[in-house]
Design a protein around this ligand. Structure first.
Ligand code: NOJ
Length: 581
């Protein structure tokens, strides 16, 4: 073969390899496609409530499969799926009894494979939820572990032998008594559970546990999934001397539980064992207690994670409202902390929150659509990767149950039992839950105006929001001015302007209590975002010259495109301008 032909063949091979994004790393083939996760728009699907295919009242994988074209039509580039593994469902899948099997309510592994294939065919990636701070108490490891003190699996969990006396108090988030130690008579010992009693915490100090988890991750990565969301991961490392949790600080449990001991060591090991070998993104739930904690998790030099998500923003909305100045301050501080290094996650809701529009916007009929769109504009125009929860693209609202019998969430149900036991004020409790319970965000997806919103032909596992005749995907799809179609436009805008992903963020008019405005800038391009967070017209900062700028998107018809005159935004109005450079 002559030299020219040989070099041509080498170059050709390299070109094909790079087109398909394959490089060799060690023994395993590693797909490398750069920072796709920074440019991703992630759509979170809560499988139990998305679409029921077999009519048992519970959403399933076939149901999601039947809606792939809808998902594609949104323009999103990745799906994060809440847990779909075998589970007795105490906490809707966050209590896994077999990490390599699909929950029977949701279907089979073939259904999963079809889903993965169907998403990939449409250019959409799939991120799995990895729940390994704890397992279900029905997992084979725990069944073994609790069976005897000498069982080889004993050390997979945290045990405290009763001869040592009662273990020092530890707070549990979901326990009826708030106690994280549960007594187990089989071996006369207590086991630790930061969540419900049916969710015993795994012992990450045990290298065997870590090896099991890495194997599970490889199992899914080998199937071709594209990422992991690490549930409650900031809690995995524990001070195993178990110092007493100070009573009265339960609301600040994060300060005592997050980012303990060996967490970075575990993550670096996970990186070596899994992340270095596959092109999978990683995002942890929780980012510790300081910017330093958050940075340490995602600093690429440290080889731990790609992203973590903090709660400072999403936690701002309280039943009594929130202050826009505070909101701006939190998001601005987070942005500046990550300006040079690391990467952020941007979200205002997920399956652990009540609905975005009911918490941060205004779900009354007059303002629901505009305020949903305004909030979506915020999420899609900030730096960081947006995570968007299913149903928010329709502007779905809180259901506000008034009977405890309607609730399904273990957190609400156990807290209710606690109130009963301690003689709490049940009326106050119910009013509070009506605005904060996670079940508000878990009611079935509203597909159309047919019975049960087209979610199921059976009896839904949780009630459908009665407003589905007015708020549903089918009718919004047909209406060019709907929340749904606005969502599609803003997603497309983000995807066509890298400045909205990477551009420098600068807050304007900091003290404006009604309007949030900011610039996003890359060399040669500047974008201005103006958001009215209130139900009354509000003035924009004075003196900003918009002549020659282009209004790229607004959530009102007839927004002034030849600007320079008006400086008033209508209720919940959102505008995105490209400025003269
Ligand atoms: C966080 C999950 O998002 C939540 O739904 C779950 O209840 C807890 N972790 C426990 O896994």
């Amino acid at each position: 073969m002559n030299i020219r032909l040989a070099s041509f063949l080498i170059l050709f091979t390299l070109l094909i390899a790079s087109l398909f994004g394959y490089t060799q790393a060690g023994n395993s083939s590693k797909r490398s496609s750069g920072n796709w996760w920074k440019e991703a728009v992630i759509y979170q699907i809560y499988p139990r409530s998305f679409k029921d295919y077999d009519g048992d009242g519970i959403g399933d994988l076939k149901g999601i499969n039947s809606k792939l074209d809808y998902i594609k039509s949104l323009g999103v580039t990745a799906v994060w799926l809440n847990p779909v593994y075998s589970s007795p469902n105490t906490d809707n899948g966050y209590d896994v009894s077999d990490y390599r099997k699909i929950m029977s309510d949701f279907g089979t592994m073939d259904d999963f494979d079809s889903l993965l294939h169907g998403l990939h065919e449409r250019g959409i990636k799939l991120i799995m939820d990895l729940v390994v701070n704890h397992s279900s108490d029905e997992h084979a490891w725990f069944l073994q572990s609790r069976s005897s003190r000498t069982n080889p699996y004993r050390n997979y969990y945290h045990w405290w032998d009763a001869e040592r006396g009662k273990p020092p108090y530890r707070y549990s988030l979901f326990d009826v008594d708030g106690n994280a130690w549960a007594y187990d008579s089989t071996t006369n010992a207590y086991y630790l559970h930061y969540f419900s009693r049916k969710q015993p915490d795994l012992n990450w100090e045990n290298p065997k546990v870590r090896a099991e988890v890495f194997d599970i991750m490889k199992y899914w990565a080998d199937k071709g999934i594209d990422g992991f969301r690490l549930d409650a991961f900031q809690f995995v490392a524990k001070d195993t001397s178990f110092p007493a949790f100070p009573k009265g600080f339960e609301k600040h449990f994060n300060l005592y539980y997050a980012m303990q001991g060996n967490i970075h060591h575990y993550l670096q090991e996970m990186y070596r064992e899994v992340f270095a070998k596959y092109d999978v993104m990683s995002v942890a739930e929780g980012a510790g207690n300081s910017f330093k904690d958050a940075h340490d998790l995602v600093d690429s030099q440290r080889h731990e994670l790609n992203m973590a998500y903090a709660f400072d923003g999403v936690d701002l909305a309280k039943p009594g409202g929130y202050s826009l100045l505070h909101f701006k301050d939190v998001f601005t501080r987070w942005d500046s902390a990550f300006e040079k290094n690391g990467w952020l996650s941007i979200f205002l809701s997920n399956h652990d929150q009540a609905r975005m529009v009911s918490r941060f916007g205004n779900d009354s009929p007059a303002f629901r659509a505009h305020s949903s769109e305004m909030l979506t504009t915020f999420i899609m125009t900030m730096r960081g990767t947006p995570y968007f929860y299913n149903g928010d693209e329709l502007g779905m609202t809180n259901i506000r149950f008034d009977s405890i019998g309607d609730y399904r969430d273990v957190q609400t149900l156990n807290a209710y039992q606690h109130e009963l036991k301690t003689g709490g004020n049940l009326k106050k409790f119910m009013t509070f839950q009506a605005s904060v319970s996670r079940d508000n965000g878990r009611t079935p997806f509203q597909w159309d105006s047919s019975p049960n919103a087209g979610f199921t032909t059976g009896t839904p596992w949780i009630k459908v929001n009665p407003n589905y005749k007015a708020i549903n995907a089918e009718s919004e799809d047909k209406d060019p001015n709907s929340v749904l179609n606005y969502f599609r436009k803003i997603v497309s805008l983000r995807r066509t302007h890298p400045a909205l992903v990477y551009g420098k963020y600068k807050l304007l008019d900091r003290n404006n209590t009604h309007v949030y405005s900011y610039l996003r800038t890359v060399p040669g391009e500047r974008f201005l975002v103006m958001l009215n967070f209130g139900p009354v017209p509000a003035s924009v900062f004075p003196g900003f010259d918009l002549r020659g700028s282009t209004l790229l998107l607004s959530n009102y018809e007839n927004s002034d495109t030849k600007r320079g005159k008006t400086n008033v935004l209508r209720p919940y109005e959102a505008r995105v301008y490209k400025l003269r450079s």
